[in-house]
Design a protein around this ligand. Structure first.
Ligand code: GUN
Length: 292
């Protein structure tokens, strides 16, 4: 039987540390500020945005939310982003994805200042992740790494298999595992003999977006299984990409859904926002010591 990796508890622990960092920053005269932009009325996105706002309140981060109608023009959205780029009270800008189809995601992401890109989606930050020079960590993959670290799981020399190659999870996850000295394989929809590859994994990270995609036949006994999936069943219940009931008896560690990776993604977003505010506090300190 696998040990359960309790993402809710680990996220709560890290959020306490973040709240202390926020207090220290406030004492230096800088309250971290996050702007969250939601365009349109996708119900899942609205839930994510509400959870992000709530997490900010819990940790003392100031949040501003902009809920724009679905027919917002690209120029209107870009004008808002430029205004927030120039606002010294805002340290992080997040545009909730997906965007309505008339808005070009690439143009929108490129317009966010890399210094405020707390999602780490801007090509400047993606490039930095590639070379291990992290300003902002990609939220979900960093959440996965924190779950592994805080569960005492070392990636060094381990066979790490990532299923899924998205820009948000699969690709940056592979980089973080590689920097943690894992031997990394990325699988996708064209991978041949997928089960053969996943069965080699000591650490298996699944991010494909299909309920119960990974069964017991795809998992090596004793493997660590991390489920990034978040799928809604017909009865409204949330479920992951891993068939938990089938895999849990053979894994050594497993993350549940909900209560695994999900709470960690928002926690890493908060961490990035605090990091950005710390940088701006350092700049202010340097400027004031120059004046004196
Ligand atoms: N939509 C789904 N996941 C994410 C995320 O991590 N960040 C943003 N901005 N949008 C998302």
């Amino acid at each position: 039987m696998a040990k359960l990796i309790d993402g809710k508890a680990i996220a709560a622990e890290i959020r306490c540390e973040i709240a202390a960092d926020v207090q220290a920053l406030c004492a230096r005269g800088v309250q971290p500020g996050l702007a969250v932009i939601l365009v349109g009325d996708d119900p899942a996105s609205a839930v994510y945005v509400r959870n992000k706002k709530k997490a900010c309140e819990q940790t003392g981060i100031r949040s501003e939310s902009y809920e724009l109608p679905a027919d917002t023009t690209e120029e209107q959205l870009l004008a808002l982003i430029r205004k927030l780029n120039a606002d010294p009270a805002i340290h992080g800008i997040l545009v909730q994805l997906p965007l309505p189809s008339h808005l070009d995601q690439k143009t929108v992401i490129h317009t966010i200042s890399p210094e405020k890109d707390v999602d780490a989606f801007h090509p400047v930050n993606v490039g930095k992740i590639m070379i291990g020079d992290y300003d902002f960590l990609p939220c979900t993959p960093a959440g996965v790494m924190a779950l592994l670290e805080r569960s005492g799981i070392d990636c060094t020399g381990k066979e790490c298999v990532v299923v899924g190659r998205s820009n948000i999870v699969g690709k940056p996850q592979a980089m973080l595992l590689l920097h943690a000295n894992g031997t990394v394989t990325v699988c996708h929809s064209h991978t041949k003999n997928l089960a053969e590859v996943t069965r080699r994994a000591d650490i298996l990270v699944v991010a494909v977006g299909r309920a119960d995609f990974v069964g017991a036949d795809m998992v090596k006994p004793g493997a660590v299984v991390v489920d990034v999936g978040m799928n809604r069943r017909a009865d409204g219940k949330l479920t992951g990409d891993v068939d938990f009931a089938a895999v849990e008896p053979i894994a050594s560690y497993i993350t549940p859904v909900p209560g695994g990776v999900g709470p960690m993604t928002i926690t890493m977003l908060l961490k990035n926002t605090v990091k950005s505010a710390e940088k701006s506090a350092e700049t202010l300190d340097r400027q004031s010591s120059r004046v004196i």
